[in-house]
Each structure stands twice: as C-alpha cells, then as structure tokens.
Design a binder for this molecule. Structure first.
Ligand code: FAD
Length: 467
C-alpha cells in the first residue's frame, strides 16, 4: 500500500546536486522531501571526489617517505602499504561525511526517504523502499547523477578488470596496473598507484592526456608522469583484455606502430560516465532529453520543458563536477522561489588531483582560439617561487589569460604545487571581472605558492619580478 505525501519540493537524488538543493530550499522555508536510493552524498561522497582524495593523501604520504632522504630524514627499514587500512581510513572519512549530511537533513527538517523514485506524472513520484510512498509535489528537481559508461571491449568483464568504484574498495595494492583512459579519473588513479610504488601504464585513445586542458598542460603532465615512471601511450586503442594462466591481465592495444601487449596484475577502466536515468520512468513526464538520450535537457534556469520539473547535476550532462551540481541546485531553487536566475558557466573551476595538481578556470587558450577571442598570455614558472622550492615542487607553471578588448582576466590554468587551492583566487578574479592591475596591486603573502598569481599578473606589464 502506498503512503501519500504532499510536499512543496521533491528532490530525487541525494548527491551534491540534490542534497544542496534540498538544504537551500528548506532554509528558504519550503517543505522538502528528498528521495535517495543509496547513500546520501551520491557519487561524490561515496565513490567519487572524496574517496579518491583520501587515497591521494595516503599515496602522497608513501611518496614523501620514498623521497624522505632528499629532505634529510632517514627512515630505517622498508615502508610498506597496508591497503586494507588505506581503504578503511577512506571509508571512515566517507561515512563521517555521509553522517554529516544525514544530520543536516534532520536539522533542516527535510523528509529524507530511502528508496528508489519513479515518475507517475511530472509532479507525482512513487518511492519504493522499506515503505512505499506516492509523493505529490509542487515542484520536482531531478538530481539522479551519472553512472559508469559501458564500453565494448572483449574481456572487459574479467575479474582482473576494475572500474573506479571497485578500485576504491580493492584492499590489495596491485604491483602493476594498466589504466585504460587518460582523462581526469584515469590520471588521478595513475598517480595514486605510482605514488604507492606500483608499475603503471596508461593507454589513451586521443592524441594527448586530459583533453579538457590546453595542449601545453597535457604535455607538461605527460613529461612529469613519464619522468615519475608512468608509461603513457596516447593515440592507442585497446582492442581486448585477456587473462593469462598466472592470473595476470594481458591488454592488447593498437597504434600506428601496430599491435602491442601489456601484461599487468590488474586493469582499471576509466573511460567516462554518462547521465543516469535508470528506473526513473522519465518518459512519464514528457521531459525532453539531450541528443542521443544523454541526460535531461535544461535551460539556463535549470528548467526542463515541463512546468515545475527541473534537473541539475550530472544528469543534465553539462559539466560533471560536484560544485557545478551544487550551484545548479541553488539556481533551480531560486527559480522555484520565483526569482529569475540563470546559470553562468564562465568561471567554473576544475581541478585534477595529479602530482602536481592541475587546475583551470574560465576560458583556456583552445577555447579563445575557437571563439576568436583576442587574448594575451602571461606565464610564470613555479621554479621562480620560493615556497615551491622549499616543498621540493619546482615543476609546473601558471598561465593567466587576458582578453585584449576588455583587458580583463578571462581564464587561468595552473599546474604545480597547491593548484587546487590557488585556483579559487583566479575564480574570484574572473567572476568579478578583475584585470591584471587589480591583481598586481594586491599584496600576496610571502613565502607562499599564491605569489605565482601576483607574478603572472605583473608579467602582463613590465614583467614578473622573479623571472
Ligand atoms: P550524484 O553524486 O551521482 O548523485 C546522484 C544520486 O542519485 C545518487 O546517490 C543515486 O543513488 C541517486 N539516485 C539515482 N537514481 C535515483 C532514483 N531513481 N531514486 C532515488 N535516488 C536515485 N567532481 C568534482 O567536482 N571533484 C572531484 O574531485 C571529483 N572526483 C571524482 C572522482 C570519481 C572517481 C568520480 C566517479 C567522480 C568524481 N567527480 C568529481 C564527479 C562528481 O562525483 C559528480 O560530478 C557529482 O557527484 C555529481 O553530483 P550529482 O548530485 O549530480 O549526482
């Protein structure tokens, strides 16, 4: 029997899109119901952003120990990796955060229902769980996220083959691993395994790694990866995976030199994610989908073509980032509240947690060229930054992009120490239309890696001071 519930807003999915929308709506006085079929926090907290960064940290500690002699610290004996503890610690971090969201649901009087939601009509949704509900809502936000894409390679289902989700709970460190896909997830895992001391191969179909960043940044991370011992093959297509008699994986790939084999203990497939509409019965709403059915189509207000029906986050297939999902959630709720707010994607920061990190925001050079934007670049190398040298991280650089007509900073990329933290400064600058002068007139603390931003801004004028 179905229990009936009336609510102002029903949010389907409790990831960073859905749970943030729910909290923001509740804070604005709406009666909110949130349906989540798995764990609160979604992909991001359970099998995405947070667990990967927990592993990044463990792997970095391992690398620091390998490099400790350089810093004048001698460690007796051999460092070993206890992967069971690495995964256990990762789980502790994730569950602490998931519990935190559960607390926030209660604190904000959000009716959190554990169950799987499916549409009956645009504003009526069935939720099947321990108890079954029929929810009638004034407005509905779909935030069902994304799922791992399938790829048709023979052998993809072999037990030696992992995806990002299974890799995050694998409590044995492979001695060697082949990673299929040199995108964000593939490269983060490549450095995680390398820093843990494993032999790592990356096979990428495109002609460069991380195609979302400028080619020079791809080249820099390629050089750094190769110097660290990661074996990278670009323009290479994986054709099959087999398992050998001793249980290891044999990956066959083709490139212009012919067919090659790489034998490793494990394989990790990281070729991308796609919008998740599984079991949602979205067709009951008449909501328009994107081309080839890839996710729900929305306008800048995060509205679908159906009245009172909104979609946010990965399910819209616009940008697959947690902070974009959250921001879209807030925009959707503001529009539900009768404000007229549009999503602005001109200053979306993007971070890749390789070693060193890569971060970018706004337009990159490729996009400027594609859109015929006249621009000037100022680059400053981390080799000229004192703090980076104390950290033994002299590699990388910052690149600021200024639009010639407006003289404003419209983009920036950083590959180097602390890039993930530094990018917020550029985001604030771009979001608020600052130019090189405003950044150059700002006092940056010494010695910090943030000084590279100041130097790059000075570089547009008479030149950087330390280069
Ligand atoms: P999701 O987080 O996918 O949440 C959707 C939720 O909806 C899920 O909990 C699901 O169970 C639920 N759901 C689905 N269907 C139903 C239904 N019918 N009924 C009820 N509930 C349903 N992004 C970053 O910004 N930074 C990073 O460092 C980063 N690292 C990542 C690393 C990995 C390995 C992966 C896989 C992703 C990473 N991402 C990262 C991407 C990020 O996780 C996603 O962009 C983000 O989680 C999208 O949020 P969302 O709310 O749209 O969807």
């Amino acid at each position: 029997e179905l229990q009936h519930i009336n609510t102002d807003l029903l949010v389907i999915g409790g990831g960073p899109g859905g749970y943030v929308a729910a909290i923001y709506a509740a804070k604005n006085g709406l009666k909110v119901t949130l349906a989540e079929k798995a764990e609160l926090g979604g992909t991001c907290l359970n099998v995405g952003c947070i667990p990967t960064k927990a592993l990044v940290k463990s792997a970095e500690i391992c690398r620091n120990i390998y490099e400790s002699k350089h810093f004048g610290v001698n460690i007796d004996g051999v460092a070993t990796v206890d992967m069971t503890r690495v995964i256990e610690r990762k789980n502790e971090v994730c569950s602490r955060l998931v519990d935190g969201i559960d607390y926030l649901m209660k604190k904000n009087n959000i009716n959190h229902i554990k169950g799987s939601a499916s549409f009956v009509s645009p504003t009526e949704v069935k939720i099947e769980g321990e108890t079954d509900y029929l929810v009638s809502a004034k407005d509905v936000i779909v935030a069902t996220g994304s799922k791992i894409s399938n790829i048709n390679i023979p052998g993809i289902d072999l037990p030696v083959v992992m995806n990002s989700t299974s890799a995050l709970s694998c409590n044995q460190l492979p001695k060697s691993i082949t990673i299929i896909g040199g995108g964000v997830i593939g490269m983060e895992f490549a450095f995680i395994y390398k820093n843990f001391g494993a032999e790592v191969h990356v096979i990428e179909f495109m002609d460069r790694l991380l195609t979302m960043v400028d080619p020079d940044i791809s080249q820099e991370i390629y050089d750094i990866a190769t110097e660290a011992g990661i074996k990278v093959n670009t323009s290479s297509k994986v054709v099959k995976i087999q398992s050998s008699t001793d249980g290891s994986a044999v990956v066959t790939y083709q490139n212009e030199d012919g067919e090659h084999l790489v034998v490793t203990e494990k394989v990790l497939v990281a070729i991308g994610r796609e919008p998740n509409l599984d079991g949602l019965m979205i067709d009951k709403t008449d909501a328009e989908l994107n081309e080839r059915g890839r996710g729900i189509k929305v306008d800048a207000h995060m509205r679908t073509n159906v009245e009172h029906l909104y979609a946010i986050g990965d399910v819209t297939n616009i940008i697959q980032l947690a902070h974009v999902a959250s921001h879209q959630g807030i925009v959707a709720v503001k529009n539900i509240l009768g404000k007229n707010v549009e999503m602005d994607y001109s200053a979306v920061p993007n971070v890749i947690f390789t070693s060193p990190e890569i971060a970018s925001v706004g337009k990159n050079e490729n996009e400027c060229k594609a859109n015929n934007v006249g621009y000037t670049v100022s680059r400053f190398d981390f080799a000229g930054n004192g703090k980076a040298l104390t950290m033994n991280e002299p590699r990388g650089y910052i690149k600021l992009i200024k639009e010639n007509t407006t003289q404003k900073i419209i983009g920036g990329s950083i590959i180097g120490a602390d890039a993930s933290a530094l990018i917020s400064v550029l985001t604030l600058a771009i979001q608020n239309g600052l130019g090189e002068e405003e950044i150059a007139h700002t006092i940056f603390p010494h010695p910090t890696t943030s000084e590279v931003i100041h130097e790059a801004a000075m570089g547009f004028g008479l030149g950087a001071l330390h280069q």
